[in-house]
Design a protein around this ligand. Structure first.
Ligand code: F6R
Length: 602
C-alpha cells in the first residue's frame, strides 16, 4: 500500500487580539523549520472565509506581513514528508471542498485509506495524496450531525488511529481547535496584566517564545478549543473537561537564536563552552536518588536513538569503569525483544534531546507494561518523555535547533557520567572533574582552534570515504563522529571499535584515506595507537584527536586530557570538522536532506 504522510512537521496556530497573525505564523514557522522544510503553508480567517498560501521549499525568506495585515486567527505548517510528493497540493493546511475547514497535521492517520474510501463513497472529492486531507472532510461530515465545530473535530479524532497532532479552524467560527495523540502540541498563553489576550499552539515553544513564556501542555488523548480569551481542555474520548496548570518556561529567546552565527549548528557547538557546566549543575539529592534507584534495580537498561543512543553506549563504559556496574544498552527501535528480561524491579533509563522520539516512547510503554520504572534524561522540559517518566533529569542545554545534535550529546554524557560517579559514592569527585572539563572546553573552542579545524576540513573535503576509530568510551564517539559527518556533509563515514579493524574493515583503507583516531591518555592508549599504526601502514592519512602528540599522526588535533570525561572533549572537534565539511561542500548543515529534528514516528 502506498503511504503518503507528513510525519515530522511543525505546527503553529494563533487566535487573539493581534491583527498581524500571519506574520507571527510565518515567523513562528521559521523557528520550527528544523522539524520540516520541504514545503509550508498558512491559512487565516479573512472575514467569513479562509484565505491561504502554500508553497514548496523553505519558509526562511518569506515575509508573513505580506499575506494579510488584518487577521487574528491563523494556522500554519512546515512539512517534512517521508513518502509522497513534495507538491503544493500535499502541503498543509488541507481543506474540505468548500474551503470552509482547514487542518494542519503532524503524524500519521494510519487508517486514512479506509476513511478516504468511506468519504469518497459519500461524494467527497480529494485533491491531495496526503492522509491529512481526510480530516477536513470528516469534520465536515460530523458538522452535519452536531453543528458544533469543536464537537465535530472531537468525533473525527475518535475515528483516527495512529500518532498525530492537529489544529483545525472553521471559516464561520472565531475559534481554534487542537488535538493530540502522540505528537507534541504546546499552548502559549499571551497576557496583558492578568488578562489573556491570545493563545498560541505549536509543536515546540520557540515558535511563540517572542510573545510569551507561559505555557500549558496538551497531553495525549486531549483536545482544546480557544477563542483567544479563554481555553477549554477536554478528553477526546469522553469530552469531559480537563484542568491545566500554567507553567513558566525558563529558556530565553537569546539562547534559542542564532546570534551572530551563520548556522545554528555552529552556534550550538560553541554553546558547549557553557552548556556542559549547565548539565553538571544538577541537584545532588536528585542525582543520589537516581543512583540509589539504579542500585535497587534488578537490571538497568539504557535506551536512546541515534546520537542519544551513542551517549547510552558511552554510559555502558562509564558505569563499568567508574562504578563497576553492568547496564545494557539497546537502541529504541530494538528494545522490543528485551521485554523478556523486564521485571517490576527493572529500571529503564531513556535518553532523548527532544523528549518526543517515538521509538523511545514505545520502549517506555513496553517497560511500563511490565511494571518497570523509567528514568529519563531529556533536554526539552515538558516533553512527552519528560512527563511520562517516573524520574527526570534535565540537561539544561537550551533549545537545540540544528538537526545534528551537538550540545545535547555532551550534556547527556555529562549527566550520565555524574550518575556513574554518584553510584561509586564519588559524586563530588565527578562534579569536580566535569566542571574542570567544562572550563577546558571553554578554552579549547577559541578562534584559532576553530580555524585549524576549518583548514583540516579543506584538506579532506574532496574525500568520499572517511573512517573513525576509538576504544572504550571513544568507540561510541567514533560511531557518533560517523553520524555527524554523514548527516551534514554526506561523506561516507564509518566508525569502528579500533580492535575490530583487523577483522575486516582494514581492507577498505587505501593510500590517502582519512582515518580519525580518537585517543585518551588512559590504559587503552597503547592499543589504539598500535591500531593507528596498522592503518598508516595501509596508506591511511591519520588524524589524531588526542591530548598528546604522536609521530604517527599526519594531523594532530589537540584536546585536553579529561580522564573519564575524555569522550566529551574528543567529540567536540569532530562536530566542528563535520560542520566545516558540510559548509565547504556547499551543504546546509542546519537542514540536512532526508532528516528532521524530532523523529515522532516509528
Ligand atoms: C543526529 C541526531 C539524531 C538524534 C535521534 C534521537 O545528530 O540528532 O540521531 O539523536 O534522532 O533524538 P532525540 O535525542 O530527540 O530522542
Amino acid at each position: 500500500m502506498k503511504h503518503y504522510n507528513a510525519p515530522m512537521c511543525g505546527i503553529f496556530g494563533y487566535v487573539g487580539t493581534r491583527k498581524d497573525s500571519t506574520k507571527m505564523a510565518v515567523d513562528g514557522l521559521k523557528s520550527l523549520e528544523y522539524r520540516g522544510y520541504d514545503s509550508w503553508g498558512v491559512a487565516w480567517k479573512d472575514g467569513d472565509h479562509l484565505s491561504s498560501q502554500k508553497e514548496i521549499g523553505k519558509i526562511s525568506t518569506v515575509d508573513g506581513s505580506k499575506l494579510s495585515d488584518n487577521s487574528s486567527l491563523v494556522i500554519g505548517h512546515t512539512r517534512w514528508a517521508t513518502h509522497g510528493g513534495v507538491t503544493v497540493e500535499n502541503a498543509h493546511p488541507q481543506f474540505n471542498e468548500e474551503k470552509t475547514i482547514a487542518v494542519v497535521h503532524n503524524g500519521i492517520f494510519e487508517n486514512y485509506q479506509e476513511l478516504r474510501d468511506e468519504l469518497k463513497a459519500k461524494g467527497h472529492v480529494f485533491t491531495s495524496e496526503t492522509d491529512t486531507e481526510v480530516a477536513p472532510h470528516l469534520i465536515e461530515e460530523y458538522m452535519k450531525e452536531t453543528q458544533d465545530f469543536a464537537q465535530a473535530v472531537r468525533l473525527a479524532c475518535k475515528r483516527f488511529s495512529g500518532r498525530y497532532a492537529i489544529v483545525a479552524v472553521y471559516s464561520k467560527a472565531d475559534t481554534m481547535v487542537a488535538a493530540r495523540t502522540g505528537s507534541p502540541l504546546i499552548v502559549g498563553v499571551e497576557k496583558e496584566g492578568s488578562d489573556v489576550i491570545g493563545y498560541f499552539v505549536a509543536s515546540d515553544t520557540p515558535a511563540f517564545m517572542a510573545h510569551t513564556r507561559t505555557v500549558q501542555y496538551l497531553d495525549d488523548g486531549e483536545m482544546l478549543v480557544t477563542n483567544g480569551k479563554s481555553i477549554l481542555f477536554s478528553s477526546i474520548e469522553t469530552g469531559e473537561e480537563v484542568a491545566k496548570r500554567e507553567i513558566e518556561i525558563e529558556w530565553s529567546e537569546e539562547r534559542a537564536n542564532k546570534g551572530n552565527f551563520e548556522h545554528y549548528m555552529l552556534k550550538e557547538i560553541m554553546d558547549q563552552k557553557e552548556s556542559v557546566a549547565w548539565a553538571v549543575n544538577q541537584n545532588d539529592d536528585e542525582i543520589e536518588t537516581v543512583a540509589q534507584a539504579i542500585r535497587d534495580a534488578k537490571g538497568t537498561f539504557l535506551v536512546g536513538c541515534g546520537t542519544a543512543g551513542k551517549a547510552c553506549m558511552a554510559a555502558e563504559y562509564f558505569f563499568s569503569v567508574v562504578s563497576d556496574r553492568h547496564v545494557n544498552f539497546a537502541p529504541g527501535s530494538e528494545f522490543k525483544l528485551y521485554h523478556h528480561f523486564l521485571k517490576t524491579e527493572s529500571l529503564l533509563i531513556v535518553i532523548s534531546q527532544s523528549g518526543e522520539t517515538a521509538d523511545v516512547l514505545e520502549a517506555m510503554n513496553i517497560a511500563k507494561s511490565k511494571g518497570a520504572k523509567v528514568l529519563s534524561i531529556v533536554n526539552v522540559k515538558g516533553s512527552s518523555i519528560d512527563r511520562a517518566s517516573d524520574y527526570t533529569l534535565h540537561i539544561n542545554a537550551g533549545p537545540e535547533r540544528a538537526v545534528a545534535s551537538t550540545k545535547a550529546l555532551t550534556g547527556q554524557l555529562a549527566v550520565l557520567l555524574l550518575i556513574a560517579y554518584a553510584l561509586a559514592g564519588k559524586l563530588q569527585e565527578g562534579k569536580k572533574l566535569l566542571l574542570e572539563t567544562a572550563a577546558q572546553i571553554n578554552d579549547m573552542l577559541n578562534p584559532r582552534y576553530i580555524d585549524r579545524l576549518k583548514q583540516l576540513a579543506d584538506i579532506i573535503k574532496q574525500k568520499e570515504d572517511l573512517y573513525i576509530i576509538g576504544k572504550s568510551w571513544n568507540y561510541p564517539m567514533a560511531l557518533e563522529s560517523a553520524i555527524k559527518i554523514q548527516e551534514v556533509s554526506y561523506i561516507h563515514a564509518e566508525g569502528f571499535a579500533a580492535g575490530e579493524l583487523k577483522h575486516g574493515p582494514i581492507a577498505l583503507i587505501e593510500e590517502g584515506t582519512p582515518c580519525i583516531v580518537l585517543v585518551g591518555k588512559d590504559e587503552v592508549m597503547p592499543d589504539i595507537l598500535s591500531n593507528a599504526v596498522q592503518l598508516k601502514a595501509r596508506g591511511g592519512f591519520i588524524i589524531g584527536v588526542s591530548p598528546e602528540k604522536n609521530e604517527i599522526f599526519d594531523e594532530w588535533i589537540k584536546v585536553p586530557e579529561a580522564g573519564a570525561a575524555q569522550a566529551i572533549v574528543n567529540i567536540i572537534p569532530i562536530q566542528v570538522l563535520a560542520y566545516f565539511l558540510a559548509v565547504q561542500r556547499g551543504k546546509d548543515p542546519d537542514m540536512p536532506r532526508n532528516l528532521a529534528k524530532s523523529v515522532t514516528v516509528k
